[in-house]
Write a protein that binds this ligand. Structure first.
Ligand SMILES: Nc1ncnc2c1ncn2[C@@H]1O[C@H](COP(=O)(O)OP(=O)(O)O)[C@@H](O)[C@H]1O
Ligand SMILES: [Mg+2]
Length: 300
């Protein structure tokens, strides 16, 4: 059995090389997923790097990313495979116009590989090349579809009534993400390694900002990370995610701000928060704790 990663450090450094900053628990789970050949279920608030982790693992390991974006109403035909009806109909027309073909012959013909449209799950299982399968936002599908996923992730095989059983040529590295809009089944959770992605530590978020917004100064990145962290401590409807931190950082750079003062923060806070009531709370907090938040600007 060949493994993709030699050590947890290799995973962490590989992720860093594609600009994804992982802590030990993230790198550790990815390492184990590969060794144990188990899918990883990543859960956590929006914008904490769940989807990006799967993409970055694919990128760093040179694997092809196959993504199944989940939504309510996603069914087998879109997740696994469907028959190409148009092509089948055409073939039936041609064969029946030629006259001599038996129906059973036609049937064998049109339910063959040639007429199969593989969807992401089948595609991932039958791939010859290394693949990372991302099953994104799995909490959005209905329970039946979840059961189908579980079946495939347990056996790595797909049974197609007209064709027989198709077994995986290799076990893909699988990441499922969930925003926790509903509880997933115990069975699915049992099958997977679990990774809870929360907002990063102050240090890691600062590093993410420095990596993703290279024009920013260390001083500004530090202020950004600190202020975002203190906003996350407020009781809000929706806390700022990493993407919003990055948007804010880019905006501050564009505006030529080097030290964030209270009025800069008030003017740009809508990049971090999307609810009016949250914005109001944050602004109140800026004023109340002005000295603590905006120390750097007052010092300069
Ligand atoms: N650990 C990280 N290192 C670098 N960038 C990150 C990291 N986590 C999140 N990001 C950034 O945040 C963005 C949002 O992450 P995403 O994976 O879409 O969130 P989620 O899927 O959890 O909602 C990513 O596109 C990436 O730019
Ligand atoms: Mg996502």
């Amino acid at each position: 059995m060949t493994h993709r990663f030699d050590s947890i450090d290799v995973v962490r450094e590989g992720l860093r090389s594609v600009d994804y900053l992982a802590d030990d628990s993230i790198a550790g789970v990815a390492f184990l997923a590969d060794r144990l050949e188990k899918p990883v279920l990543i859960e956590g608030p929006a914008g904490t790097g769940k989807t990006q982790l799967a993409k970055s693992i694919a990128e760093m390991s040179g694997a092809r990313l196959i993504r199944l974006q989940c939504y309510e109403g996603l069914d087998e035909a879109k997740a696994l495979y469907e028959w190409n009806y148009k092509k089948q109909l055409l073939r039936i027309q041609v064969e029946s116009s030629e006259g001599d073909a038996e129906w059973t012959e036609i049937q064998d013909d049109i339910f063959s590989d040639e007429f199969l449209l593989p969807r992401p799950l089948l595609e991932a299982i039958t791939a010859d090349d290394p693949v990372v399968l991302l099953i994104d936002e799995v909490d959005r599908v209905e329970l039946e579809t979840e059961a189908l996923l579980l079946e495939i992730l347990s056996d790595y095989q797909v049974s197609i009534p007209e064709l027989g059983t198709i077994e995986a040529k290799q076990i893909p590295l699988v990441f499922l993400t969930s925003n926790n809009t509903r509880e997933l089944s115990e069975a699915l959770k049992r099958r997977c390694l679990f990774l809870h992605l929360d907002y990063p530590s102050l240090e890691r978020e600062k590093e993410i900002v420095l990596t993703k917004v290279p024009e920013i100064s260390e001083n500004l990145a530090d202020q950004v990370a600190r202020i975002v962290r203190s906003i996350r401590q407020l009781e809000l409807k929706k806390h700022p995610s990493i993407s919003e931190t990055l948007d804010w950082a880019r905006t501050l750079v564009l505006l030529g701000i080097e030290n964030i003062d209270e009025s800069d923060a008030v003017d740009t806070v809508h990049l971090l928060l999307k609810y009016r009531s949250d914005i109001e709370k944050a602004i109140k907090d800026f004023t109340a704790n002005s000295a603590a938040h905006f120390e750097a600007s007052q010092a300069s």
